[in-house]
Design a protein around this ligand. Sequence first.
Ligand code: NAD
Ligand code: AKB
Length: 312
Amino acid sequence: MERRILVTGALGQIGTELLRALSLKYGSDKIIATDIKDTEKLSNIGIKFLKLDVLNLEELENIIKNYKINEVYHLAAILSASGEKNPKLCWDINVNGLLNVLELSIKYNYRIFSPSSIAVFGSDVGGLAFQNSPLNPSTVYGITKVTGELMAEYYHRSHGVDIRGLRYPGLISWEVMPGGGTTDYAVEIFHEALASKKYTCFVKKETRLPMMYMKDAIRATLELMDAPEEKLTIRGGYNLPSLSFTAEELYRKIKEEIPEFECEFEPDNRQDYADSWPDEIDGTLSENDWGFKLEYDLDLMCREMINSLKNS
Ligand code: NAD
Ligand code: AKB
């Protein structure tokens, strides 16, 4: 099948790297990148960019119709910390934006990738979150992600929509700064380790969260979208095998490479969101259903982050 791919929220932390992976795999002429923000950069690499607010159903439909889209990577969203500042906007974009994508898929019959998050879990989950652990999030962002998972299952069951989802952990990448999440400290720390050699981390040093290097996350996304339909047992969001380390362990690992780096820990309101999430994720179902395996451990990820930032 020739792919004609639409990416929403394409200028964000994941979108920027997913665009490159999709264009390597399918060709840049097969991709329409969209975002509520504007850019001129993508035309240099042959990707067509259109400004699109996912809440604008008419414009979304025009793009899907005009470009005969048959696959959508729906990344437009408001993340956890920004969501707590504006819960209604978070609900509108994360839930109603997804509903627009789902509704049009009934008419235009395209496949959908819709990311979920470890934020679906709440503090009742304990340290280790299994696929079927309770979903009682305390952030509005987490509530929108649980709703998104349930709507994905519903549209698949009732309308046969081929939608797939992953519960990404905190994603670590160097190219684009993350957009208003709780796990952003794990990216900022690398930038500051190189730029100013000091960082004030906004969670306590003992805060342990599930994390993953972006390359593993992009590969997981492509592998899930390539998995045969009959292998998939869930549609809302697969737990992914993930790394698990404390903020202090990350600091110590970076300090091995940059000995003069100093980090202080001054928790703010994001500590509460971090405390409500699990320390670790059991990703056995992803391994069993579609064969996902992590490639990057903490050492490899830190070395690659530091080298990439040095050379950027
Ligand atoms: P991001 O904030 O970096 O990017 C989101 C993009 O969506 C931004 O470029 C923003 O301009 C765009 N956007 C916001 N409102 C929009 C609207 N109304 N219409 C169109 N575009 C809009 O986020 P990300 O990290 O790239 O996350 C992408 C998806 O992955 C989200 O669903 C997020 O919940 C999920 N996720 C991310 C992480 C992570 O660590 N990055 C972890 C778990 C889940
Ligand atoms: C956030 O911190 O909000 C995201 C996420 C884990 O969903 N990075």
